[in-house]
Design a protein around this ligand. Structure first.
Ligand code: SAH
Length: 248
C-alpha cells in the first residue's frame, strides 16, 4: 500500500502537494481564527505542511493520515524541524474509511476527495470524525471557465467535463449537501505554477540522475509535453480551492 513512485518523483521538492503556496496555506490558517488546542484530523495529509505550520503558528494539535510512505516520512521530519512533534502525529495508511477515535474540532481533506468517492462521500467521511459545530475543510478543483469539450477536460487531467463544476456550482453543491461555506481560499495561476512548474525541474533532475530507471521514458515524455499542455489547458481552465464548511 503506497502512492505510485511517479508522484513522489514529480513532487520531490514540494512541501504542499497542491496549487497552494505556503502564503496561501498561512492565509487559510489565519482566516479560520484557529484557537490554540484546536484538534485537527487531516486525511491525505501529504508531507504534513498544513498540520505542522498550523501547530507552530496557531497551536493546533492533530493527526494526519496518508498512504505515501515517502510523504509521511517527510511530514514527520517537518514536525521535528518545526518543533511540533508533541502536537502532531502522522499515520501511514489508507484514509478512506478513517474515523478519529475522539471527535475533532476540524476535519480536513485537502486535495484528495477520491478517498470518499467524491465531495459528498468525503464530507460524510469527515463528518464522522467531527464534533457538532466543528469545521470541515475540503480542497477541490473546479472549472475557472466553462470547458468547451471533453478533449479540453481530459487535457486538464480530468476524466471529462462532468468531473468538476464551475465555482458557483461547487459552492451550491456544498449547500445542497447541507453545509454553509464559511470561508474559502482559492489558488490562482501563480500558485498553480508553484505546484505544476515546480514539478518540471524535479522531473529533469531525476531524469539526469536515473537515465536507466524503468520510469525514465514516462518521465521524459511528461517533461517534453507537459509544460505546453499545462499552459494551454490546466492553467487556463482548472481552478482549485479550499472550502471551509459548517453543517447547517
Ligand atoms: N493534503 C496534502 C496532500 C494532497 S496530495 C497537501 O495539500 O499537501 C494527495 C495526497 O493524497 C497524497 O499525499 C497521497 O499520498 C494521498 N492519498 C492518495 N490516496 C490516499 C488514500 N487512499 N489514503 C490516504 N492518502 C491518500
Amino acid at each position: 500500500m503506497d502512492l505510485p513512485r511517479i508522484f513522489t518523483i514529480r513532487e520531490s521538492s514540494h512541501r504542499v502537494h497542491n496549487p497552494f503556496t505556503p502564503g496561501k496555506l498561512a492565509d487559510l490558517g489565519q482566516a479560520l481564527h484557529l484557537a490554540p488546542g484546536t484538534r485537527v484530523l487531516d486525511l491525505a495529509s501529504g508531507s504534513g505542511e498544513m498540520l505542522c505550520t498550523w501547530a507552530r503558528d496557531h497551536g493546533v494539535t492533530g493527526t494526519g493520515v496518508d498512504i505515501s510512505t515517502v510523504f509521511t516520512q517527510k511530514a514527520r521530519s517537518r514536525a521535528a524541524e518545526l518543533g511540533v512533534t508533541d502536537r502532531v502525529a502522522f499515520v501511514h495508511g489508507d484514509a478512506s474509511g478513517f474515523v478519529a477515535d475522539e471527535p475533532v474540532d476540524l476535519a480536513a481533506c485537502v486535495g484528495a476527495t477520491w478517498i470518499g468517492g467524491g465531495v459528498a462521500g468525503t464530507a460524510e467521511l469527515l463528518g464522522r470524525s467531527l464534533r457538532p459545530g466543528g469545521l470541515m475543510l475540503i480542497g477541490e478543483p473546479y472549472w475557472r471557465q466553462e470547458v468547451p469539450d471533453e478533449e479540453t477536460a481530459q487535457a486538464c487531467h480530468a476524466g471529462g467535463k462532468d468531473d468538476f463544476l464551475v465555482l458557483p456550482e461547487l459552492i451550491g453543491r456544498f449547500g445542497d449537501l447541507g453545509y454553509d461555506v464559511v470561508e474559502m481560499v482559492l489558488a490562482d495561476q501563480d500558485s498553480w505554477d508553484r505546484y505544476q512548474a515546480a514539478q518540471w525541474l524535479n522531473l529533469r533532475r531525476w531524469l539526469d540522475a536515473h537515465p536507466d530507471d524503468e520510469l525514465a521514458d514516462e518521465v521524459r515524455a511528461e517533461l517534453t509535453t507537459g509544460p505546453a499542455r499545462y499552459a494551454g489547458y490546466q492553467r487556463e481552465f482548472l481552478g482549485w480551492g479550499v472550502f471551509a464548511l459548517m453543517g447547517r
